[in-house]
Design a protein around this ligand. Structure first.
Ligand code: GCW
Length: 702
């Protein structure tokens, strides 16, 4: 048993707990096998101390303790700044006898140390000669925690919040759990440099002094790792916290309150990153409550932050129940304000126009803004992609968005290029990922969900990296370097997102989930609002299926530049993987394969089932390369995923069959469960907690 990582009481206690929890299912385990070491597994990296070493010392220690090659590594701070390296970039010169890593800042050297260890652990060192220069594509690479102050996590599937607000010791920072330093080092190792600690559905109390002192403690633990703290604010905070009569952004007292609050924060946390704001969306308060615009609200906060270098990330996730097409609303609401936002405001836009569905086209707002800085928000937590029960490697989905060409300024104006500030000059660039981290021993619930945290950081630093590369390097560090293992599981990971699209909602279908958990099929589901009902999106009827967003329908295609507008508008040219997003088609519509829409739909679901089933076989074939505990944890979940795929198909296809009246085509397995039964079924997840896999319907794998 490896007990090298027992550096603190907390760690011992947690390790014993992990052992205890496994003792009754007869599994062999070691502390390293519970997944807690993340991608530091191959290094067996020790848990860092809560407080103590400086950034440079952490970088030096990384090399002193974990560098295995005979070639010495020198970490050198540049005497004179090298302009192209910026504040966080680094250069590693492999050409001499010693390897020389240089940067303009200590944090640049810290990133270089992690890069060297990554190259070492992925057997890439030998291939390096010359100089490797690495500079992050986005300046602010931020995690968004949807963690509530009561310890629950909205859309979190890995236990409770990491932040134990009741326990955080603000007076003696070093006395806090070293889990916070572990968290910070994990982020630094993949280049994440910011974290929003609390949910966008924000409790105003986070801005009270008691909480701010605890936030300060966390900021001090994170600081040596280059990780800045941000907070989500509640726009009505002046009313809630100071009993002001209004929170109107143009009211003098309100402005003075925010100015004072921001000054108070910077006194405690001089490098505070800024605020994330969800305003006038899903019941959150905002400037529109007072007849003001998003720009009025954002600029008031931005002005308070400006002297300190802070930014506002103002979300574009807005929609109201009355709209006939929710996908159009962000553009309709934000475009009239283009050019009105202060230059330390970024509009944070979800990758797609609706809501983190398994596949959406990119949000057209990215291509519309001419004078407003935009940033992408992706969701690392798998709200709509099987929670922490399903193995879905999300990187292909995010990269699909970043690589999408908006054609805003002709070819090449991709979402990535725009938000990196390459198309129009940006003062700030940023990207956000909604975190999947909780207090589960393995951080993310599913061992493979760690790969999504890892991939997000790697992508935010370098969006050019391919999904294969990220998956493979993660596997080598987290599980095994065996070629057979990496080849087969790497392919599985890269295929997993498309598999999920196929078994959940293929061909551009979206939002056919059961609410409010968003786990499992529920195309029949009802809600208090029409736009929260699946029928709003799939529009299944006797005449066909899909949302008509063409110029004859909602006209959403017009929010895209040519040639996309025409391409999406014409059913003959619309990509088939989005066809039901943009078109309402008869059940017997002829697809490119020559099959009817109905047959294609059924067979695509079946193909998703087959993929999910094959993942179980692939995993079984690599058993010898994986420790017992993680092997069985993943196996149980992969089997659940394969069964869920059948459940999804059974429910969705039988429901649509009521309208199509058509039979399952050849090549489809028969249904296992009847629609009536599935429609009665509720999994009843409360508080968005882990859906406990055994509570789902019974399915058999062949
Ligand atoms: O995806 C939806 C979720 C909400 C979430 C909201 C948002 C934080 O279902 O749980 O609230 O989006 O992004 O604001």
């Amino acid at each position: 048993m490896r007990i090298k990582n027992l550096t603190s009481i907390t760690f011992v206690a947690a390790g014993l707990l992990a052992l205890a929890s496994c003792s009754n299912n007869n599994t062999r385990t070691t502390i390293g096998d519970d997944g807690h070491l993340l991608w530091f597994n191959s290094l067996q990296m020790e848990a860092p101390a809560t407080l103590g070493p400086t950034t440079l010392q952490i970088a030096q220690e990384n090399i002193a303790k974990y560098w295995k090659s005979d070639r010495k590594v020198e970490l050198k701070l540049n005497n004179e700044a090298v302009a192209e390296l910026g504040t966080e970039g680094f250069e590693i010169d492999f050409s001499g006898a010693n390897i020389c890593a240089s940067a303009n800042s200590e944090v640049g050297l810290l990133y270089a140390s992690y890069e060297l260890l990554r190259l070492q652990e992925t057997d890439e060192l030998a291939a390096q000669n010359g100089k490797l220069t690495s500079v992050p594509a986005f300046e602010r690479r931020v995690l968004n925690h949807w963690d509530n102050l009561d310890g629950t996590v909205e859309r979190g599937f890995a236990g409770h919040s990491l932040w134990k607000w009741d326990e955080i010791n603000a007076d003696d920072v070093a006395a806090n759990s070293n889990i916070y330093a572990e968290y910070a080092s994990a982020n630094a190792s993949v280049g994440i440099n910011g974290t929003v600690l609390n949910n966008v559905n924000a409790n105003a109390d986070i801005l009270t002094e008691d909480y701010l002192l605890k936030v300060k403690a966390l900021a001090e633990i994170f600081r040596p790792y280059g990780l800045k703290v941000y907070l989500s604010l509640n726009f009505a905070a002046p009313k809630h916290l100071a009993n002001l009569e209004t929170s109107d952004p143009l009211d003098n007292e309100v402005v003075a309150w925010w100015n004072a609050k921001v000054a108070e924060i910077y006194k405690l946390i001089p490098d505070f990153g800024g605020f994330l704001v969800k305003a006038n969306s899903e019941g959150q308060s905002g400037p529109q409550d007072y007849g003001r615009t998003h720009a009025d609200g954002a600029n008031m906060i931005a002005k308070a932050l400006e002297p300190f270098g802070g930014i506002v990330m103002w979300r574009a996730f807005v929609y109201d129940a009355q709209s006939p097409d929710r996908a159009k609303q962000a553009v309709e609401e934000f475009m009239p304000l283009d050019g009105q936002f202060a230059d330390n405001v970024l509009i944070q836009i979800k990758n797609g126009p609706v809501d983190f569905q398994p596949r959406e086209p990119f949000s057209p707002l990215f291509g519309q803004f001419e004078k407003t800085q935009a940033m992408v928000e992706v969701q690392i937590t798998q709200e709509y992609l099987g929670h922490s029960n399903h193995l879905v490697f999300m990187h292909p989905m995010w990269k699909e968005c970043l690589d999408s060409d908006t054609y805003e300024r002709g070819e090449g104006s991709t979402v990535g290029a725009i938000t990196e500030g390459k198309v129009m000059p940006y003062k700030y660039t940023a990207i956000a990922g909604v975190s999947n981290v909780g207090n589960d021993r393995n951080w993310c619930g599913h061992h493979f969900a760690q790969a999504n945290w890892y991939a997000y950081g790697r992508m935010a630093w370098n969006p050019e990296l391919s999904s294969e590369q990220i998956a493979n390097e993660w596997l080598m560090q987290t599980f095994s370097k065996e070629k057979k293992f990496v080849d087969s599981v790497g392919k599985l990971m890269v295929a997993s997102r498309e598999a999920c699209v196929k078994y959940e909602m293929p061909l551009g279908l979206h939002h056919t989930f059961k609410g409010p958990d968003h786990y499992g099929p529920g195309p029949w589901d009802r809600s208090i609002r029409p736009d929260w009902e699946p029928a709003y999106y799939h529009k299944a009827a006797a005449d066909g299926l899909g949302f008509d967003r063409t110029m004859k329908g909602s006209g959403a295609v017009a929010q895209y530049h040519e040639p996309l507008k025409s391409l999406y508008n014409d059913v003959a040219t619309c990509p088939e993987n989005l066809i039901l997003w943009f078109h309402h088609l008869p059940w017997d519509y002829k697809m490119k394969s020559g099959r009817t829409l109905w047959d294609e739909l059924c067979l695509t679901f079946q193909s998703g089932i087959n993929d999910a089933r094959s993942f179980v076989d692939i995993w079984n074939s690599v058993e010898q390369y994986v420790d017992h505990q993680r092997f069985s944890d993943v196996k149980v979940r992969l089997e659940r995923q394969a069964k869920d795929a059948i459940w999804w198909r059974d429910a969705t296809i039988q429901y649509f069959q009521q309208f199509s009246g058509m039979a399952l085509p050849d090549g489809c397995q028969p249904f296992q469960q009847k629609l009536e039964k599935l429609m009665k079924y509720r999994i009843g997840i409360t508080n968005y907690e882990n859906p406990k896999i055994e509570t789902l319907p019974e399915y058999k794998l062949d």
